[in-house]
Ligand binder design. Structure first.
Ligand SMILES: [Cu+2]
Length: 295
């Protein structure tokens, strides 16, 4: 009973970590798989993964089936006599070379095609610089002058402290929430320019099929285009062990309709402009970077 409860909570944690908040009727088994995600590219990656998975299953069944059948049918106790004269068989050797070559080509062609598409960052409509730092993320909307930091939300941060009396089970989306999510429009090809401020991090949001290293001194590119009907919150994590608080720098992406996004960007740009103006009142907590000793 206890074990089942544990398993259920683990499955829930996996589901929460792996993608959208959308309620999906999934069984325990499907939670062990990759998510098909909410972009065409993530679905392509998922399809590729499933195709290759089933090819591997068929090969595994055939190879292990032949092996087990041979072991059982031709065992010594059944009077089997080993053939000690067979050295090689050209026909068999040709077959077991040609067949795998075709299988590899059949897998390599769609895989290479998908890889080329993943790297194609042309014709993007919005560019955002993503900087990983110890321990959080900075987002710069390059064409609009909007910049802010995104860190672990306060509720999770308070509960995770050593000696904290807060029960993590009472914190919604414990360790998976941030104070300021990355806001993006749906139906738009968004380009990310990913870099690191101190050590190597990795920006990973499974629902978009995006995982890219954030390396100091390098700018890596990634892109995604969320389906127009898939506005919502998507979660991710830093996926490169980056130091003490590696587990405490989650990613939250808030995907909004194009109109909502445009309104948000305009408001945010005006807020930041005002805060930066000489003689302006001290910036509000929401707009101010919270003591990031980076970049
Ligand atoms: Cu990191």
């Amino acid at each position: 009973m206890m074990f089942r409860a544990r398993l259920a909570s683990l499955a829930f944690a996996l589901a929460a970590a792996s993608g959208s908040l959308a309620v999906r009727a999934e069984s325990g088994w499907s939670l062990l798989n990759m998510t098909p995600g909410v972009t065409e590219m993530s679905r392509n990656i998922y399809r590729l993964h499933m195709e290759i998975f089933w090819i591997c299953v068929v090969i595994g069944v055939l190879v292990f089936g032949a092996m087990i059948w041979s072991l059982v049918s031709f065992r010594k106790s059944q009077g089997a006599i080993p053939d000690v004269t067979l050295v090689h068989n050209t026909k068999v050797e040709i077959v077991w070379t040609i067949v795998p070559v075709f299988i590899l080509i059949a897998m390599a062609v769609p895989a290479a095609k998908t890889l080329v598409e993943i790297e194609d960052t042309t014709k993007t409509e919005l560019s955002i610089k993503v900087t990983g730092f110890q321990w959080g993320w900075a987002y710069d909307y390059l064409d609009d002058g909007v910049s802010y930091y995104s860190r672990l939300d306060h509720a999770s941060d308070a509960a995770r402290e050593l000696g904290s009396t807060i029960d993590p089970n009472t914190v919604p989306h414990y360790l998976l929430n941030v104070d300021h999510p990355l806001v993006v429009p749906v139906g738009t090809k968004v380009r990310l320019l990913i870099t690191g401020a101190d050590v190597i991090h990795s920006w990973w949001v499974p629902a978009f099929g995006v995982k890219k290293d954030a390396i100091p001194g390098f700018v890596n590119e990634a892109w995604f285009k969320i389906d127009t009907d898939k506005a919502g919150l998507y979660r991710g994590q830093c996926a490169e062990l980056c130091g003490r608080d590696h587990g405490f720098m989650p990613i939250v992406v808030d995907a909004r309709s194009k109109e909502d996004f445009a309104a948000w960007l305009k408001q945010k740009a005006a807020e930041q402009k005002q805060a930066a103006a000489p003689g302006a009142a001290p910036p509000t907590a929401a707009a101010a970077p919270q003591g990031a000793g980076t970049s």
